[in-house]
Design a protein around this ligand. Structure first.
Ligand code: C5P
Length: 219
């Protein structure tokens, strides 16, 4: 174990969607399957890291060789991330966190109304940004971007704004890339805004590519 490249390193990975309650039976969510984040957590553990996977509601099974914390909402995920961030060397934020949640959560099931229903939404905390703003120089922070237009410029903007070491861009324009598929096509930007384009691969292989780039930064 000592010979593994990430032996002695602690890593944290977020994965999956978040669910934001509307009332006791309804929520706002998204189509994230969690596959990419789980594959990355697995790969980091295989490389010897002590991995904590913080996951929203998914059907994914995690390996025995990592710690798993299950959360539901963006607020839960923020709290779990905040609790361990200071101790971790590598953080990879793969979760599709809700940007908005219902401002009030009804304690009773909302009854069908005569007319339309308006829900007021409030912003959630951007977990990645808040970790970026307190990141120490020896910590590596990796974010994801899923864009539908002007992808590269948005990705580079996020890398700088959120104080990241790497940003992994996946475009919805590529068939076979994105939320529910078993494959993904990524482009990685580093702090120098240098671009590496990867081929379409299985998410397991994509996870290996991402970890290889991280290993290069650590060395
Ligand atoms: O700005 P945008 O939401 O596109 O950024 C995506 C990145 O930010 C992902 O790495 C995602 O996990 C993270 N994120 C977060 N908390 C949020 C929203 C996004 O950590 N509330």
């Amino acid at each position: 174990k000592q010979s593994l490249p990430l032996y002695g390193k602690k890593a944290m990975v977020t994965a999956g969607p978040t669910y934001e309650a509307i009332d006791p039976v309804r929520f706002i969510g998204n189509h994230s399957s969690g596959k990419m984040g789980f594959a990355i957590a697995d790969e980091l553990a295989t490389l010897g890291a002590d991995v904590t996977l913080i996951s929203g509601p998914t059907a994914q099974k995690s390996n025995q060789n990592l710690k798993r914390i299950d959360v539901v909402s963006a607020k839960d995920m923020l709290e779990s991330c905040n609790a361990i961030f200071d101790e971790v060397d590598i953080t990879i934020m793969c979760a599709a966190v809700a940007d908005y949640r219902p401002k009030t959560v009804s304690t009773e099931k909302i009854k069908k109304q005569e007319n339309n229903l308006t829900l007021e939404l409030e912003k959630t905390t951007d977990i990645l940004s808040s970790l970026g703003s307190r990141k120490k120089t020896n910590q590596i922070l990796v974010g994801f971007a899923l864009e539908t237009s002007d992808e590269e410029n948005y990705a580079k903007g996020k890398l700088e704004k959120k104080n990241l070491d790497l940003i992994v861009l996946n475009s919805l324009k590529d068939t076979g890339a994105g939320f529910k598929t078993d494959t993904n096509k990524i482009t990685i930007f580093n702090k120098a805004l240098e671009r590496t384009v990867f081929d379409m691969k299985s998410k397991t292989e994509v996870a290996k590519d991402i970890c290889e780039v991280i290993l290069k930064i650590i060395k």
